[in-house]
Write a protein of this length. Sequence first.
Length: 170
Amino acid sequence: MWEIKIKHEGLHAYRNVRGASKEEAETKARLQIEAWNLRWKRLLDAEATRQERLKKRGWADKQSDIDKRAKEHAVALTKEAEATLDGLRGLLSRTLGQAHSFNWDSLKDTSRFEKVEPTPSVLEDYPAEPLITEPQFTPLPVPVTVNFFDWFFARSTCGKTCKNGGRGDT
């Protein structure tokens, strides 16, 4: 197994090409380089036509002027931000270096509290636990329901309603 490492500086492309034989690997590498070169040529042509279009319109000079002003503005903002950061970085050390005497007791409220203290709440007793024998806990009888199936087949109806065990003779 043969392997060739190829790269294209303009496209910033890199590839490992492998082949079963040396000739196969070289052929694959050559074809890849030709494809990259064709792509690079198209990119250069497109850039050249774009530059020509900009020159025709006069935008290249305007754009470079705008870029210069933007860079100057960015430099000014950067310097301002760095100055602010330097001031903030030294703020704590400068403040701690000075002896500030502050009377925290002057912030306390020592006036008398005039509101009456609330009375504690009284807990009421729980009601007595109900007994299982009370009438509200006894089950009610379930009424017998006869559906179509029970009506159609008399034996099953009799099985539900007859007292003799569902033998059919009521």
